[in-house]
Structure formats: C-alpha cells, structure tokens
Design a protein around this ligand. Structure first.
Ligand code: HEC
Ligand code: CU
Length: 463
C-alpha cells in the first residue's frame, strides 16, 4: 500500500472501503503506539486486529466525512428541520453511548474485580429500595431530557413558528409565537404506481413516474442492464420542481391505496392516505436534485414509484412554471370533477388552463402510445393485446377498440366500475391516453386505423 497522501484515496482491503481520513487517524494513533516519527513511512495494511478495529470504528464515529460519504449515519439533509432531526439523533446517540459505556464498564469491572477465583462470595440480599429508586429516577430524568428537544422538533414540523438566525423562537409584543407564512402549496397524490403533483392555484400538474431506463431494467428479461442505469429505481420522467429558500406547504393524499412520500434530505416522511389530507412543509436551503421513494411497504410496486425533487433558484422556478402553463397540453392536466381527489380537497379546484391544443402526428402517437401501453396496460391486456383468460379481455379484435372513438375513450378515461379496468382519466395525461388508444386502434391487425388527439380525450373527460 502507498503512503498516506490523499484524503480520498481508498485501500484495497477486501470488503471494506475505509475513508483515508480515518486511516490517517488510525495511522497516527498506531504511530504513537509504535513510537514512529514520520507519517510518510507508515504503511497501511489490512490489519484485522482488535485495536485496528476499535480505531476504525472510533474513527468512523468521529469523522463527519465518513457519514456523508458512506452513509453510516443519517443524512444531515438540506432543510432546517432535517438538521434539527439530525442534531436530535446525535444527542440521543451520545446519551446512549455514555449509558452503554457506564453500564458495561461497571458490569465488566464488577465481574473482573469480584471474580470467584479471588475467593469473592456473592452477596445474598434480595431487595434494595435505594437501588430501585435510583434505577427508576435516573432513566426518567434521561427521558425528560430527551423529550425536550424532541418536542421542540415536533412543534417545528407541525406548527412551524418564525425563528431568528440563531434558531430561537421569535415572539411578538404579547409574548406569542408567530406562525411562519407558507409561500406556496403543492398537493401530492399517490397512485398505483406514480405520483401526481398539483401546484395549487397555478393550474399546473405533473405526473411523475419511474423513468424508462429503470423500468426496462427491472423487467424479467431486461433489454437494459442494471449497471447501465445511473439512478436505478431512483429516477422519474417528470421531477417535482420547487424553488429554493421558500416555505412550501405540502398536502398529501392518495387515490387508491396508502402510499408514503419520503425524501430523506428533507427530514420527514408522510403517509398519503385515500380520503385523508396529511400536511407537511419544507424549506430547502440548497439548490440540487434530491431523491426519495415511496416508503409504503404493502403493495407490489411501491418500490417502483421513486421521487425526484429538483430544487432550483426562484428565477428558474418562475421561468419553469410559466413554461408549464403555456402551450404544453402535454404536461398540463386540468382538474376534473370525476377525479376522486378533487372531492377530497374541494379547495383544489384548479383554474382552467388556457393552453394551445397540440396536434400530434400519427407516428408520434404510435411511438408514445406503445410506450404508455406497455407501461400501463400490458400487465392486464398483454403486450400481444390478447388479454388473459376471461377476466382480462383481448384488445386485439375487440369491438370497443375497433368501434367508435368516443366509446373507446370513455372506457379508458372512466374505466369499468366493479372491474380491474380502472379509470385512467386522473392518472394519465390526456396525451398519454390519446397515444395509448391510438396505439391499440392500430396495433395487432386492429382495423380502426385512426388517430385520437389529446383534445378529443379532454372533451370527453370534461363532458
Ligand atoms: C388492472 C388490469 C387492467 C389494466 C392495467 C388495464 N385494463 Fe383495460 N380492461 C381490464 C378489464 C378487467 C376489462 C374488462 C372490463 C369489463 O368487464 O367490462 C378491460 C377492458 C378494456 C377495454 C374494453 C375492451 C372490450 O372489448 O370490452 C379497453 C378498450 C381497455 N380495457 C383498454 C385499456 C387501456 C388502453 C389500458 C391502459 C391505459 C388498460 N385497458 C389497462 C383490465 C385492465
Ligand atoms: Cu406507493
């Protein structure tokens, strides 16, 4: 192994990649132990001795760099709240460590000092009121001490108050705390298996699903190799875009099953539950891309609905938002009355968006349509369009698919109540629906051979 000259260099120890900073620490300690003078001569080997191990563990705990780089600890995150949570976690961690050292210290010392081979006789008492009082009162005090910062953190999440630069709560003349003002609100809706983000009051909605590469790589006979996907299962087609240094209220709900919205760097996680609206807030201090996942356990594809948040400057955000508003029916979805979630939160009636209708060419519709079909429909109707048994009808040769456009759109937009054919009106954009229908009407010897435009879908959706 080479000399210690870089903080980021890594050892070639099997299984363990240990930050050089730690090894430098370790080397220094070792040097002291061995009385060597020059650092440069110190060589590092894969020493698996106990001392080496202890120094390594100690080094890991002490080196904040190791936390960031190797994820041995919670992330400090990019919001005040996440840093508060991190601080809380560290306080509790150190308390636990002190308790562990004291308790195990006394235990091992007692076992060693009062061992049988020294002829020590065990005491025979069965009761000690003093000891019982001590071991009840001390833990209670420790719990109370831990509860104070924990409660403060909870209040800062649930009922955020204005804080000054030092993190102290600001009070008005009467000594009352001042709630912080939310500058914008985003409604997050969980669907099987994607997220929808509504920028309330802006008329902009985004549907955010697993990116194409990850989706291809996760199939049974993948056409893309896992290693070739940079952020496997942590990337989406349309990320959530929010401005930096802005108080953002986030309302969470779901349209089908319980989901859970979690971006570790924001410091919180919230369930998105059908029929309920949960609330959280954030204020991200650092521009960047942050990734998270649906953290719900039960259900087959929660692991395939990642979250990506692009935090951009306020100017970039304003520009992005106006881009979303003009001209792009592709990304803009207007709210509709048949959408369950609008019933849940009446205040979300989004302003009608005046967007230029976009005409798609047949080729565009077919390419996009095949993609949407394979992602959304093929689980039931099969890639071949032949369906499965009696339950999932074939679309190849189907009377609906070869019949009137209107009936066909209605079937897909509103679904078939009481069957597995859900309503896709709220969960796919109008252009995705138009493309998928166009594809089914042209594929597998189907005879319709026509095109369905997003406008057609919109008309039926709003009828
Ligand atoms: C979860 C399973 C499932 C998925 C996913 C699904 N469907 Fe269906 N679909 C069904 C079932 C079940 C029916 C039969 C409903 C009934 O009994 O009327 C059906 C019926 C249909 C019909 C009517 C067929 C006929 O001949 O009656 C069309 C058209 C259709 N689906 C299109 C689509 C499209 C387009 C997609 C993707 C956007 C899709 N389906 C996704 C289960 C599904
Ligand atoms: Cu989920």
């Amino acid at each position: 192994m080479s000399k210690v000259d870089s903080q980021t260099q890594r050892t070639s120890c099997p299984n363990v990649h240990i930050n050089m900073a730690i090894l430098t620490d370790y080397a220094r300690h070792k040097e002291k132990l061995e009385g060597k003078k020059s650092m440069n001569k110190t060589t590092i080997s894969c020493n698996k001795s106990l001392i080496g191990f202890i120094f390594t563990v100690f080094g890991l705990l002490m080196t904040s760099m190791a936390h960031a780089e190797y994820g041995y600890n919670l992330t400090e995150g990019v919001t005040d709240f996440s840093q508060e949570v991190y601080g809380l976690h560290m306080i509790v961690f150190w308390i636990c460590l002190v308790i562990a050292v004291l308790v195990f210290g006394v235990m091992f010392y007692s076992m060693f000092a009062h061992r049988k081979s020294k002829g020590v006789k065990a005491a025979q008492f069965s009761h000690s009121t003093t000891a019982e009082i001590i071991w009840t009162v001390i833990p209670i005090l420790i719990l109370v001490v831990m509860a104070i910062p924990a409660t403060t953190a909870l209040i800062n999440m649930e009922a955020p108050r204005q804080l000054d630069e030092n993190g102290k709560v600001v009070v008005d003349a009467d000594g009352n705390t001042i709630p912080i003002q939310m500058e914008m609100t985003i409604k997050v809706t969980g669907y099987q298996w994607k997220w929808k983000y509504d920028y309330l009051g802006e008329g902009v909605s985004i549907i955010s699903s697993l990116d194409k590469l990850s989706n291809a790589a996760r199939q049974a006979n993948p056409t893309v190799k896992l290693e070739d996907v940079e952020n496997y299962l942590l990337d989406v087609d349309n990320p959530l875009v929010i401005p930096v240094n802005t108080n953002i209220r986030i309302l969470l709900t779901a349209n089908d099953v319980i989901h859970s919205w979690w971006v570790p760097e924001f410091g919180w996680k919230r369930d998105a539950i059908p029929g309920y609206v949960n609330e959280a807030w954030t204020n991200v201090k650092k521009i960047g891309t942050y990734r998270g996942q649906c953290a719900e356990l039960c259900g087959k594809d929660h692991g395939f609905m990642p979250i990506v948040v692009n935090v951009v400057s306020k100017e970039d955000y304003t520009a992005w938002l106006s881009d979303q508003k003009v001209g792009e029916t592709v990304k803009v979805v207007t709210a509709t009355n048949n959408n369950n979630d609008e019933v849940i939160t009446p205040e979300t009636t989004v302003a009608e968006v005046v967007a230029e209708p976009v005409e798609w060419t047949q080729a565009e519709l077919m390419t996009k349509g095949q993609e949407v079909y394979n992602m959304e429909c093929a689980t039931c109707h099969q890639t071949s369009g032949e369906g499965m048994g009696e339950t999932f009808p074939a679309l190849k040769g189907s009377a609906v698919v070869n019949g009137s456009i209107e009936e066909n759109i209605k079937t897909v937009v509103f679904g078939k109540e009481g069957t597995a054919m859900q309503s896709f009106g709220g969960r796919l954009t109008e252009s995705d629906i138009a493309a998928a229908i166009t594809y089914t009407r042209n594929a597998w010897d189907n005879t319709a051979k026509d095109a369905v435009q997003p406008e057609d879908v919109k008309k039926i959706k709003n009828s």
